[in-house]
Design a protein. Structure first.
Length: 248
C-alpha cells in the first residue's frame, strides 16, 4: 500500500495544480533603445554605462591602484622563506592582504566619498567634477608611493616631456609607474625577510654535513626551527605592522 501511495501522490498533486489557477510575481529586466530629445537622459545613460564598465574592471583597480600588490607579494615571499609549502593557504594570504588593503586605503576612500561621491549623489556636483574629485586622493596616494625614476620612465614613454608638477601626469602614466614601484619595494622587503631563514638553513646544513647525515634533507630539520623563530619574535605582528607603516 505504501508503494501505491508513493505513486499516486505525485499524480494527484499534479492534477490539483493544473486545476488551480495561481499567479506568481517574478522580477523581470528589460533592455531597449528609444529616441529622445532630452540631453539629460542621454547623459544619465552614458553615466550608467560608465559605472557598469568601472564595476567590471573593479578587481584590476583594486589590484593595481591600492596597497594590495605589495602586501600579497611580501606574504608570498614569507611563505617561500619559511618553506612551509602551502601553509598558510593562498585563500588565507589573499584574504589577509585584502582586509589589510581595506584598512590602509580607508582614509583615501573616505576622502573620495566625502569630497566627490557624496556631493554628486546630493546633486551638488557635476559628474566630471565628481570623477576628478574621487580620483584626486587616490592619485595622491599613488604618487606618494611611486619612485621618481619610474615616473620619469613612463612619462618619457608616454611622450610627456618635462612635466611641471604632478597634475600634468595623466593617470594612465601614473598607474604603471606605481605598480612597478610597488613590485620593487615588495622585492626589497622579501629579500630582507629571506636573510634570517637562509642563515638557519646554512647552519643546519653545516651541522648535518659535519655529522655525516648527508642523506637527510636539511629543509626537513630547519623547518621547525624557522617556524619557532618566527613565532618567538612575533613575526606576524612585526611584519604586518611594518607593512602598514610603510604606507604612512
Amino acid at each position: 500500500m505504501r508503494a501505491v501511495y508513493l505513486v499516486l501522490f505525485p499524480c494527484l498533486a499534479a492534477g490539483i495544480l493544473q486545476e488551480t489557477s495561481w499567479a506568481a510575481t517574478v522580477p523581470t529586466i528589460s533592455l531597449g533603445f528609444e529616441s529622445t530629445d532630452d540631453p539629460a537622459r542621454v547623459t544619465t545613460a552614458l553615466e550608467i554605462l560608465l559605472v557598469l564598465t568601472v564595476l567590471s574592471v573593479a578587481p584590476s583597480i583594486l589590484l593595481m591602484m591600492t596597497s594590495f600588490t605589495r602586501l600579497v607579494i611580501v606574504f608570498g615571499f614569507l611563505r617561500q622563506a619559511l618553506g612551509t609549502q602551502q601553509m598558510p593557504p593562498n585563500q588565507v594570504l589573499i584574504g589577509l592582504a585584502l582586509f589589510l588593503t581595506f584598512f590602509i586605503m580607508q582614509p583615501v576612500w573616505s576622502q573620495s566619498y566625502s569630497g566627490a561621491v557624496r556631493p554628486y549623489l546630493d546633486d551638488e556636483m557635476s559628474f566630471e567634477d565628481a570623477l576628478a574629485g574621487a580620483t584626486a586622493p587616490v592619485r595622491k596616494f599613488m604618487l606618494r608611493q611611486t619612485r621618481e625614476k619610474d615616473l620619469a620612465l613612463f612619462a618619457d614613454l608616454g611622450g610627456i616631456k618635462d612635466p611641471k608638477d604632478e597634475t600634468e601626469l595623466p593617470t594612465h602614466v601614473l598607474i604603471p609607474a606605481f605598480v612597478v614601484s610597488e613590485i620593487r619595494t615588495a622585492f626589497e622587503i622579501g629579500f630582507i625577510l629571506f636573510i634570517p631563514f637562509v642563515v638557519i638553513d646554512m647552519v643546519v646544513s653545516s651541522v648535518l654535513l659535519s655529522m655525516g647525515m648527508m642523506m637527510l634533507p636539511p629543509i626537513l630539520v630547519s623547518l621547525p626551527f624557522k617556524v619557532l623563530l618566527f613565532v618567538l619574535v612575533d613575526g606576524w605582528n612585526l611584519l604586518v605592522g611594518s607593512l602598514v607603516k610603510s604606507f604612512s
